[in-house]
Ligand binder design. Structure first.
Ligand SMILES: Nc1nc2c(ncn2[C@@H]2O[C@H](COP(=O)(O)OP(=O)(O)OP(=O)(O)O)[C@@H](O)[C@H]2O)c(=O)[nH]1
Length: 376
């Protein structure tokens, strides 16, 4: 269950980062277009081989990254979007491209901002590193031009570098702000998840409380009725289930002679004896006071009789813990019936109750049955 959830989480993550990769690849497509527009327009100041080399750099890097994403190798890294390699490749290519534009490069300064937009979700320190790299790359191109005596307009180059510096400082501040905002949102999400877990735990406790009898730990009457109705609705035509009402004999006497605490202990003893006599799917509940109800799914008359006899004998031989009772003090009476498809639960309980009444009347410590339905 957990493994499949992890797998679907991984798939959702991969889909997200692949979409991001698609966006970056589309941007590179535009960059390719720009290379050739500037070449055809005569702004590119290097031979066609250089433009081809720049285009190949884009193509090869994107094909390589596509393969990494396609094979899912990116998921092995802490940042499966591979933001840093992408930004690094983009900065190298952009510097190469702008260098070959000569003095025209100032027009396309904004491309540094575009590249760094892909890095805005990096931690601020890492982002600042790439911002400095962008500034140094741009600044050093003008310095190289000046060194080689090709810088015709130093003031314009200075202004462009200044504009880039101010823009990058602003971007660094913005990234710091976004980072803090995301940290705060993550903390809130964790707190919310913790609250949800607590609520789920409380809901489970409430459900247990609402369906369980506190003294014996058995289901209570309300929950039994719900389970029995479900069982009855699932019962197919040829099948039947056993239903038994069990009442501890002379329980008032036990209370009167030994005290209420002993009575409680006897009730608990019945619950544990009954549990050890029953199968996993059998449904036992405290019906009220010293009366219990038992539903044995997919059981015929012989099986339900045998089970209740076994239970009667086991209880008669039981010895409640920390309580001194004379042998023969514990006994119970049982009224049995069968539940068939189309039966009414109230009527079936009524039949079991009549049988129980007979068992009491016939001297207690026995099982009596009432198999026939009123409609039969
Ligand atoms: N200790 C204890 N006694 C309870 C509890 N619930 C009901 N009783 C007592 O169970 C007794 C039931 O008495 P009766 O209905 O006369 O039944 P009985 O004495 O078992 O007699 P028969 O059923 O005819 O054999 C009453 O004294 C109730 O007070 C409980 O949770 N703990």
């Amino acid at each position: 269950m957990r493994a499949s959830r992890d797998e679907s989480d991984q798939q959702a993550l991969q889909l997200l980062v692949t979409k991001r990769f698609g966006m970056a690849a589309a941007t590179y497509g535009l960059a390719l277009l720009l290379t050739w527009i500037t070449y055809v327009g005569g702004f590119y100041q290097a031979p066609i081989e250089t433009a081809i080399a720049g285009s190949m750099l884009i193509l090869c890097s994107q094909l390589g990254l596509f393969w990494v994403f396609y094979k899912g190798h990116n998921l092995r890294f802490r940042d499966p979007s591979l933001t840093e390699p992408q930004v690094l490749v983009a900065l190298v290519w952009l510097t190469f491209f702008l260098f070959n534009l000569g003095q025209n490069r100032g027009y396309l300064l904004v491309l540094y901002v575009l590249v760094l937009m892909f890095a805005v979700f990096l931690p601020p320190k890492k982002f600042a590193r790439y911002a400095v790299l962008a500034l140094l790359s741009f600044g050093s191109m003008s310095l190289l031009d000046a060194y080689q005596g090709r810088l015709t307009d130093p003031q314009a180059a200075l202004l462009q570098t200044g504009v880039l510096l101010v823009t990058l400082i602003w971007m660094c501040l913005f990234v710091g702000y976004v980072y803090k905002l995301r940290q705060r949102m993550r903390q809130r999400r964790f707190a919310l998840q913790a609250h949800q877990e607590t609520l789920r735990g409380m809901m489970r406790q409430l459900e247990d409380l609402a369906s369980t009898d506190e003294l014996t730990g058995l289901y209570n009457r309300r929950h039994f009725i719900r389970l029995a109705e479900t069982e009855l609705s699932r019962l197919r035509a040829a099948h039947q289930s056993g239903l038994a009402l069990i009442d501890l004999d002379h329980f008032k006497r036990i209370n009167d002679l030994h005290g209420h605490a002993t009575g409680d202990r006897v009730l608990q003893t019945f619950a544990s004896v009954a549990r050890s006599c029953l199968r996993d799917g059998d449904i036992l509940a405290r019906y009220g006071g010293e009366e219990f109800v038992l539903l044995l799914p997919h059981t015929d008359a012989d099986q339900v009789s045998a089970c209740c006899e076994r239970l009667r004998e086991a209880f008669a031989n039981a010895q409640p813990l920390d309580v001194k009772l004379q042998p023969g003090h514990l006994s119970l009476s049982v009224g049995l019936t069968l539940l068939r498809a189309g039966d009414n639960l109230d009527e079936a309980l009524q039949r079991a109750d009549e049988a129980l009444y007979r068992a009491k009347g016939n001297g207690r410590n026995r099982c009596e049955a009432s198999w026939t339905t009123t409609s039969a």
